[in-house]
Write a protein that binds this ligand. Structure first.
Ligand SMILES: Nc1ncnc2c1ncn2[C@@H]1O[C@H](COP(=O)(O)OP(=O)(O)OP(=O)(O)O)[C@@H](O)[C@H]1O
Ligand SMILES: Cc1ncc(CO)c(N)n1
Length: 301
């Protein structure tokens, strides 16, 4: 187990259970294990789910969510924490309250709203609670494009709109916003690269990687945010944690391309070695120019 100053490094996830094992709590714990980080979990809802569909959802009561959080935090503690599927505003409320009460740091909020199979995982009325109560506590917010559109309240179809959306989301509280590009150009057929855009309140960095032509992408978002959380728990700075997470997701998609697990959007393969920011992920930084942003220097972290 990875140690930091002699202490076992711990990470925690607050999310829904995916009975199919590809997303949610199951993906998070597999990812923490791959990063050699001890994982604990608070389950917000059970989903009866496979690679094709979400057949049913059973929510926990807010009281039981709170009890799980207290039981972990009073005894085991955590060096970083992520949230995934939160289901409703009452759960969001107790989660936000408890994170404040225990002064949790290194909080990654993955604002899960819809499964790859198209089922809602967050009630519409919870979106405002997420914006008002949870986003101000987030160190890192990781929406995919449709989630960023819902939180911003406008469509994002160009790179300039994506730059604007990241700034608007940062104004709601998170220190760092990453808009993930997995869903880009879906309507127009696959594009050759997946671009994840990072805004840290002042500067932009974009991470580019080849788009893997695969349907084994169930849970990529959960895996990505869990990998960032594990990296933060291990003491990485945010750019290294993001770069390591992106490499991990890429390798996990690639390692699953031949898998025969399920008949729909199959899970990724978490049994891949982690690469700790070895300069493998190409990124670009941006400078302000003529009232906009210009891509300039290529970076590796
Ligand atoms: N086909 C692909 N090839 C390579 N990387 C991908 C691919 N699809 C997604 N990714 C990467 O996976 C990560 C998650 O992105 P994505 O936009 O798929 O999240 P998501 O929609 O939240 O996932 P989920 O299905 O779990 O809800 C990002 O780092 C993205 O770049
Ligand atoms: C439980 C759960 N959380 C998140 C996602 C998003 O991938 C999912 N499909 N299921």
């Amino acid at each position: 187990m990875y140690l930091n100053n002699g202490s076992v490094v711990r990470a925690m996830t607050i999310a829904g259970s995916d009975s199919g094992g590809g997303a949610g709590i199951q993906a998070d714990l597999k990812t923490f294990a791959a990063f050699d980080v001890y994982g604990s979990s608070c389950i917000t809802a059970l989903t009866a789910q496979n690679t094709l569909d979400v057949l049913g959802i059973m929510e926990m009561t807010p009281e039981f969510v709170q009890l799980q959080l207290q039981s972990i935090l009073d005894d085991i503690g955590t060096h970083a924490l992520k949230t995934g599927m939160l289901s409703n505003e009452n759960i969001i409320h107790v989660v936000a309250q408890t994170l404040q009460q225990y002064k949790i740091t290194n909080i990654v909020v993955d604002p899960v709203m819809i499964s790859k199979s198209g089922k809602s995982l967050l009630s519409y009325s919870a979106i405002q609670a997420m914006k008002e109560q949870l986003l101000p506590l987030a160190d890192i917010l990781t929406p995919n494009l449709p989630e960023a559109e819902t939180l911003c309240g406008y469509p994002i179809t160009t790179f300039e709109q994506c730059l604007q959306a990241a700034q608007d989301l940062a104004s709601l509280g998170p220190r760092i916003v990453i808009i993930k590009g997995g869903h880009a150009n879906e309507g127009d057929g696959p594009s050759s690269h997946v671009v994840d855009l990072v805004f840290d309140g002042e500067n932009f960095t974009s991470f580019h990687s080849p788009r893997i032509p695969s349907h084994k992408t169930h849970g990529t978002g959960c895996t990505f945010s869990a990998a960032i959380t594990a990296g933060l728990a291990r003491g990485m700075n945010f750019l290294n944690a993001i770069a390591s997470a992106k490499s991990f997701v890429q390798d996990a998609i690639e390692a699953a391309t031949d898998w025969d697990v399920g008949n729909g959007y199959g899970p990724t393969n978490h049994s891949v070695a982690i690469r700790i920011a070895e300069g493998v992920v190409a990124g670009y930084s941006y400078i302000r120019k003529d009232g906009g942003w210009m891509r300039c220097e290529e970076i590796s972290v």
